[in-house]
Write a protein of this length. Structure first.
Length: 169
């Protein structure tokens, strides 16, 4: 694999990212509801969401989308609960590049970008049994902090979500 070139996504890329996600990330472990995802990617135009695309030999090989949030404040130390933290919402890698470090490269780039926004922690979540995502997150330095029943989002397997964090401070 040639070295990937990372590029900022813009609102013009929203449909491409959504199509890529649906084509390459649909599996029993991933929760991918279309309307909330459309709203998420609409955040690119509003500056609420950022995304980085990885290009290899002129082909979109993967992407990561992220933002600041307060979704996971309960996992923050008391002194940090009132401040925003980072949240990585979506990461997708073309199957031809899976297992080659591209996913963890994208996660690391998102962490660095969020660190530049002044957050002290970055969160991500996955299905408890999604071994590929677990490995990618672990390789990027994320550690699991909680696993809980989440049958609405995780109807397959254990029905549980695992929350992971990358602490910057």
């Amino acid at each position: 694999m040639s070295d990937p070139r990372l590029e900022n996504a813009t609102s013009a890329d929203a449909e491409r990212l959504l199509a890529f996600l649906f084509e390459h990330a649909r599996n029993p472990w991933n929760y991918l509801p279309e309307e909330p995802l459309r709203e998420h990617f609409a955040g690119l135009a509003e500056g609420k969401v950022e995304a980085l695309m990885a290009w290899v030999d002129g082909e979109l090989a993967g992407f990561v989308s992220f933002q600041t949030s307060r979704y996971f404040a309960r996992y923050q130390p008391a002194e940090s609960r009132d401040r925003p933290h980072g949240y990585i919402s979506e990461t997708a890698v073309h199957p031809g590049y899976a297992g080659k470090g591209l996913g963890s490269l994208l996660l690391g780039a998102a962490v660095r970008r969020l660190e530049g926004r002044g957050v002290d922690a970055v969160f991500i979540d996955r299905h408890e049994e999604n071994a590929a995502s677990a490995g990618m997150m672990r390789k990027a330095g994320f550690v699991a902090v909680d696993t809980y029943a989440d049958p609405d989002r995780r109807p397959e397997g254990s029905g549980r979500t695992t929350v992971c964090v990358y602490r910057l401070a």
